[in-house]
Design a protein around this ligand. Structure first.
Ligand SMILES: [Zn+2]
Length: 271
C-alpha cells in the first residue's frame, strides 16, 4: 500500500451518458472545493476552459485524438516499460510526476521527453491540496516545477493529486503558467484490477478527445497497455500528448466558431 493508494473520491462514471453540463461551473465560487466528477467536457477536464466541445465536433473533424496520462511516477521499472510499449505502437503520452519521486530520477524525465512524450506536475508529495495552507499549496507546485526544470523541461500541465483542487489551487497553477487538467476516462487501475479489466474499462469508456487516467506505479497498468493501444488504434484513435490534444481542441473550437459565423446572416450596414 503506497501513500498514493487512498481511494479517489467522487469520481463518477458515465461520461457521455451524463451529457454536456454547463461549462466552468467553478467560476465565481470562491474557494469551493472540487473533487472531479466526470461530466463531459473540456470545461470540466480543463477547469476554467472556455472551450466546450462535443463528441460530434471532434468526430466531425476526423481527429479522434485521445491523451493517455500516467500519474504518480516516475517509476523507473514501469515507466521504462511503458516507454517501450508506446514506442512500439507509435503512441505518446503525458506523465504527471510527483516531485519527491522525480528528484531521484531526473534522467527518467529526460527519457520521457526525448521519446516525444510530455511531463507534467503532479504535486511534490501527493497531498489533498485543499487541506493545506496556501503557502503549502504553493510549495507543492513550485518545488515540483523546479525538479522538472532540472531535466531541462518547462512543464505546461498540472494535475492535482486525487483531482482535489479549489479556486486558489487553480490560481496558483495559472501563476506557474500551468493549465490544470483532470481526466474524462478513469482506468481505476489504482483498485488493483487485473490487466484485462483495466483494458476493457478504458477501451469501453473511450471517446474522441478522451483524457485517460492511469498510473505509472501499477504494474497491471503496464500489462494492460498493449491491449488498450491495439484496440483503440484499431477503432481509429490516435494517441497524443496533452499539448497536442489542447492544440487540436483549440483549432476545432475556432473552426466551429468560424463555421457558425459564416452561416449567420450579416446584418445590413446603415451608412
Ligand atoms: Zn496521483
Amino acid at each position: 500500500m503506497t501513500p498514493f493508494e487512498v481511494s479517489r473520491r467522487s469520481i463518477l462514471a458515465g461520461l457521455f451518458g451524463a451529457g454536456m453540463l454547463p461549462g466552468a461551473a467553478w467560476a465565481g465560487k470562491a474557494n469551493t472545493v472540487h473533487h472531479y466528477q466526470a461530466p463531459f467536457f473540456t470545461a470540466h477536464v480543463i477547469p476554467g476552459s472556455p472551450i466546450v466541445l462535443s463528441e460530434h465536433a471532434l468526430r466531425a473533424e476526423g481527429q479522434n485524438v485521445v491523451a493517455l496520462t500516467f500519474d504518480d511516477g516516475p517509476d523507473t521499472v514501469n515507466d521504462r516499460e511503458i516507454l517501450r510499449i508506446l514506442a512500439e505502437y507509435k503512441a505518446v503520452a503525458t506523465f504527471f510526476v510527483v516531485g519527491s519521486r522525480a528528484v531521484h530520477h531526473v534522467d527518467m524525465l529526460k527519457e520521457m521527453v526525448a521519446a516525444g512524450n510530455e511531463v507534467g506536475n503532479h504535486t511534490w508529495s501527493h497531498p489533498m491540496l485543499t487541506t493545506l495552507s496556501p503557502e503549502q499549496q504553493a510549495e507543492e507546485l513550485r518545488k515540483t516545477d523546479e525538479v522538472i526544470a532540472t531535466a531541462g523541461i518547462v512543464p505546461k500541465w498540472f494535475r492535482p493529486s486525487y483531482g482535489d483542487y479549489d479556486s486558489h489551487v487553480l490560481g496558483l497553477a495559472q501563476g506557474e503558467h500551468l493549465d490544470t487538467i483532470l481526466w474524462s476516462v478513469d482506468s481505476k487501475d489504482y483498485r488493483g484490477r487485473a490487466p484485462e479489466i483495466i483494458a476493457s474499462k478504458v477501451v469501453g469508456d473511450l471517446h474522441p478527445g478522451a483524457v485517460i487516467l492511469m498510473h505509472s506505479i501499477k504494474h497491471n497498468t503496464v500489462l494492460a497497455l498493449p491491449e488498450i493501444l491495439r484496440r483503440a488504434q484499431a477503432a481509429g484513435y490516435r494517441f497524443v500528448t496533452m499539448s497536442e490534444w489542447q492544440r487540436i481542441m483549440i483549432e476545432t473550437d475556432s473552426a466551429m466558431k468560424l463555421a457558425q459565423q459564416q452561416t449567420t446572416p450579416v446584418a445590413a450596414v446603415t451608412r
